[in-house]
Design a protein around this ligand. Structure first.
Ligand code: NAD
Length: 263
């Protein structure tokens, strides 16, 4: 077991990538705190982990609220005695062009998608630094490396997450803390599944743009988080690992050698 005796807290783990990560980390021996705004989702995931023989506690929290962030770190320590792994992963997505986005939606996006990552990191450091060990993993996105149409705030937040990761990594490296990010491409989580059925043409074009020709599965991101959380990544710090089926390896210009993705 790669995470025996470790305690992990994952925000937004009542669904999607967070859920897959909570289950994957638990399978490797970690005690997991499943945090989500969706109480039912958090409870279900924690129950499923316990049902499979793992250790988990569910916590209903809004990570956009600083007091609830403070409480979630305290909850992990109260329940399991320590905190070794923090995975900042929750996100609320507002779509639309920047020119049409309300200030309120921009602020809400930043609050959940960036400020909560900073504040959870700050609170976790208070627990991790005295023990001189800890791994923090932030969920970035390929939309933080280049911009996607119609995701103005999201593009900005995810770029911020990547540099928050680097800043945390360099400032706390000598205190035994590592901080890294995972940057997923298009992954089959509930919001994407919903989008695929509502907008099948967009889904098909997206799939064609991915060199591997398919969306990723949540477990394929969870496996990256597991690596970053484990001691196998002991010299990996301030990095972001892209898991996108090759999407960002391509400039976007169609093939000059023939038509179609399989030329
Ligand atoms: P998801 O909707 O399945 O999971 C996100 C979870 O976060 C939900 O359970 C939701 O209830 C929770 N959440 C939202 N606001 C919260 C809040 N204020 N406090 C606590 N929990 C809250 O979505 P997902 O696709 O698994 O997304 C997880 C992360 O992966 C996000 O950071 C997202 O930006 C990132 N990501 C996803 C994709 C993709 O294609 N699915 C691609 C790149 C990055």
């Amino acid at each position: 077991m790669r995470l025996k005796d470790k305690v992990a807290l994952i925000s937004g783990s009542g669904s999607g990538i967070g859920e897959a990560t909570a289950k994957r980390l638990a399978l490797e021996g970690a005690a997991v705190v499943v945090v989500d705004l969706n109480e039912e989702g958090a409870r279900r995931v924690a129950d499923e982990i316990r049902g499979a023989g793992g250790k988990a506690e569910a916590l209903h929290a809004n990570v956009g609220n600083p007091a609830e962030v403070e409480n979630m770190i305290k909850f992990a320590v109260d329940k399991f005695g320590q905190l070794d792994i923090l995975h900042n992963n929750a996100m609320r997505l507002y779509t639309g062009r920047l020119g049409e986005m309300s200030l309120d939606n921009w602020r809400k996006s930043v609050e959940v998608g960036l400020t909560s990552y900073f504040y959870a990191t700050r609170c976790a450091l208070e627990v991790m630094v005295p023990r001189r060990k800890g791994a923090i993993i932030n969920t970035g996105s390929v939309s933080g490396l280049a911009a996607d149409y119609g995701l103005g705030a999201y593009n900005a937040i995810k770029a911020g997450v990547i540099n928050l990761t680097r800043a945390t990594a360099i400032e706390y490296a000598r205190k035994g803390i590592r901080c890294n990010a995972v940057c997923p491409g298009a992954i089959m989580t509930p919001p994407i599944v919903k989008m695929r059925s509502a907008l099948p043409d967009l889904a098909k074009t997206t799939e064609q743009a991915i060199p591997m020709g398919r969306y990723g599965e949540p477990i394929e991101i969870a496996n990256v988080v597991l690596f970053l959380a484990s001691d196998e990544a002991s010299y990996v710090n301030g990095a972001f690992i892209v898991a996108d089926g090759g999407l960002t390896a391509h400039t976007g210009i169609p093939s000059v050698a023939g038509s179609g993705p399989d030329w």
